[in-house]
Design a protein around this ligand. Structure first.
Ligand SMILES: Nc1ncnc2c1ncn2[C@@H]1O[C@H](COP(=O)(O)OP(=O)(O)OP(=O)(O)O)[C@@H](O)[C@H]1O
Ligand SMILES: [Mg+2]
Length: 231
């Protein structure tokens, strides 16, 4: 597809740029990014639309490396926090609640345990696989975002409810792994804020019966995954 020059860059990621163009957002992937993964991202979005946890629709374009999306006119949670908003961790905790409580009976989404060989080496799977298996048996599974952080939550300018984005990593998994993923992201970028994160999720973790040693095990898995992503 051709842009006429009026597009405006509104977001950057490792693999894609996001532009605003005639009232829609377009995610433009690098040519080297596999188109099957983009197709997978579209399926993921359909699944979270179906589950009622994202109102943003994705549309095909004539270019398999460009996704057209409903545009969110708003700011990232990160931007809001940098401007002085103090409720960021409570928003993260609420976002988890919203996702983890979603009805998954009609949702078509892979389980984490069935897809680890796509996101880890064989050796990494040997370490992480048994832990994920153990946690999947111990706790009931739900939708886990698996990349929940301050850049993946947006606040619309019209004052509407926050919107969670970037569902590429999302899988059916025990919620402890979702809590662990965000722990590892915060540890990497803003370690000094970890106690605020832990305080915000403590009550929900308790309600779910999540034991601390299981969180620690899940954190060890997510450290492996982050390490792999960073290459
Ligand atoms: N529908 C949208 N409307 C407005 N802005 C968006 C929209 N989708 C994404 N953005 C902006 O673009 C940024 C990057 O988008 P996104 O999080 O989907 O990609 P990413 O982090 O590169 O993801 P990936 O992990 O798939 O590479 C977001 O943080 C947000 O600021
Ligand atoms: Mg993102």
């Amino acid at each position: 597809m051709d842009f006429d020059g009026s597009q405006k860059v509104i977001g950057h990621g490792a693999q894609a740029d996001v532009v605003e163009y005639y009232g829609y957002a377009y995610k433009i992937y690098k040519e080297t990014y596999p188109s099957e993964w983009i197709a997978f991202e579209k399926d993921q979005q359909k699944a979270v639309n179906q589950a009622g946890i994202s109102p943003i629709r994705y549309y095909d374009t004539d270019d398999d490396h460009i996704i057209k999306m409903d545009l969110i006119r708003g700011v990232m949670l990160e931007t809001k926090m940098k401007a002085g908003f103090e409720g960021g961790f409570e928003v993260i905790a609420e976002a988890f609640r919203r996702i983890h409580n979603a009805d998954i009976s009609n949702v078509n989404m892979p389980r984490l345990i069935d897809t680890i060989n796509y996101i880890m080496t064989e050796d990494e799977c040997k370490t992480a696989g048994p832990i994920i298996e153990r946690l999947s048996e111990k706790y009931s599974s739900c939708i886990c975002h698996l990349d929940m952080h301050f850049q993946n939550i947006m606040f619309p300018d019209d004052g509407g409810d926050f919107i969670i984005i970037d569902w590429m990593n999302t899988r059916i998994a025990p919620p402890v792994i979702d809590y662990a993923r965000t722990y590892v992201v915060i540890e990497e970028f803003v370690k000094e804020l970890l106690p605020y994160y832990q305080a915000a999720i403590a009550e929900d973790m308790k309600k779910l019966g999540i034991e601390d040693r299981d969180l620690q095990d899940a954190i060890s898995v997510e450290r492996i995954i982050r390490q792999h992503e960073r290459g």
